[in-house]
Design a binder for this molecule. Structure first.
Ligand code: QUE
Length: 349
């Protein structure tokens, strides 16, 4: 069975992730198949919109094929891993610059690679099943797939909070923070897709009509302390602010931040700072591709994927183990440009 289902009605393209045994985590072949369909439809005046969802089983998309990337880092110098990220980031950029409305249905786990597919869409549907996160700190990677563009643009310090804690948001929190544009009960999704296929010029009205009032967003209650305690520009500063706050909440978040990969956290903070100066999304993805090429070759990445996905002991041994151990020289090497012929490039416009 194909890992991506691609079909179209008279006027709507429909792409469904279909790798249920891996929660639809993206492979390079899936990225290339999705990109090929989008490129074909891009200039087809009959295609008015594109629906992006998952097929069988639970959704939406757990990330990328990081077990493969780990093997590549350990066995072939990372060449296959870099090829995967190059293809994935091209897809992320194609979606970001797509001239037609894309409707992404985040009906389930939406992490890492799934975030990169959903966030560039003009319409991003959350449901009662949505579980959203950028959890790369758990595997020694870094917030990629355009996170350096999206997360710093969220209100207050929410983006930094998501990157440093790997916090999981539900559908209501996604809507509240602007990560999602609409909240629909999952029982209404089939009807929404049917109506969009029939009336692709009425997407906004279809979604507004079928939307439901979400439950209160927990994140709204915590926004004030997130903005206060995640305000420092450095990892050491955030850890200190959390440690000095007497609340139970701060204690829990301190544990979350301190257990994640220190190098990931420092790369994320510098990524967010540098992304403020990027001219466009292509420059953002070129920056992130440099980071990916370096981060997958660090021992923290093999160790993190081992701990979370291979041995599943959830006990990674990070090196450096502390914020202070991650030096500016280490970060300079991770952020340095690649040789010109190895830099990331988008699909031709
Ligand atoms: C952090 C991550 C990822 C993760 C777990 C984390 C990630 C990712 C996967 C994943 C999950 C299921 C699969 C798969 C990959 O898990 O990026 O191939 O079948 O892709 O804690 O960043």
């Amino acid at each position: 069975m194909s890992e991506v289902l691609i079909r179209r009605t008279a006027s709507v393209g429909h792409i469904s992730l279909n790798r249920p045994k891996a929660l639809h985590a993206l492979t390079q072949a899936m990225c290339e198949a999705i990109s090929a369909a989008l490129l074909e439809w891009r200039g087809d005046t009959d295609v008015a919109a594109v629906i992006l969802d998952h097929a069988e089983g639970r959704g939406f998309c757990a990330g990328g094929d990081v077990a493969m990337v780990r093997r590549s880092a350990l066995e072939d110098g990372g060449a296959a891993g870099r090829a995967f990220f190059h293809a994935e980031y091209r897809l992320n950029h194609l979606l970001f610059t797509y001239p037609k409305p894309v409707i992404a249905f985040m009906d389930g786990v939406t992490m890492g690679g799934g975030v990169g597919l959903a966030l560039p869409g003009r319409y991003r549907i959350a449901t009662e099943n949505t579980l959203f996160a950028m959890p790369e700190g758990a595997i020694g990677l870094f917030p990629d797939v355009g996170a350096g563009w999206y997360l710093p643009r969220l209100q207050g310090q929410i983006g930094k909070f998501l990157a440093l804690t790997s916090a999981r948001l539900d559908g209501a929190e996604c809507l509240w923070s602007g990560l999602a544009t609409h909240y629909l009960l999952s029982e209404r999704l089939a009807e929404a897709k049917l109506q969009i296929a029939e009336s692709p010029s009425e997407i906004e009205a279809v979604l507004s009509d079928l939307a439901s009032e979400p439950p209160p967003a927990r994140l709204a209650r915590n926004a004030e302390r997130i903005d206060r305690l995640f305000a420092p520009d450095t990892l050491e500063g955030v850890l200190e602010a959390l440690a000095n706050d007497p609340s139970e909440w701060a204690g829990k978040e301190l544990k979350a931040v301190a257990s994640k990969c220190p190098a990931t956290a420092k790369v994320a903070l510098r990524e967010f700072a540098e992304s403020a100066a990027t001219r466009d999304f292509a420059e953002e993805m070129a920056l992130e591709y440099r980071l990916a090429a370096r981060m997958i070759m660090r021992p923290d990445f093999a160790e993190g994927v081992r701990a979370v996905l291979v041995d599943k002991d959830n006990a990674p041994a990070w090196n450096p183990a502390t914020a202070e151990g991650v030096t500016g020289e280490m970060l300079d090497a991770i952020f340095a440009p690649l040789p010109l012929q190895e830099e990331w490039t988008p699909f031709p416009a």
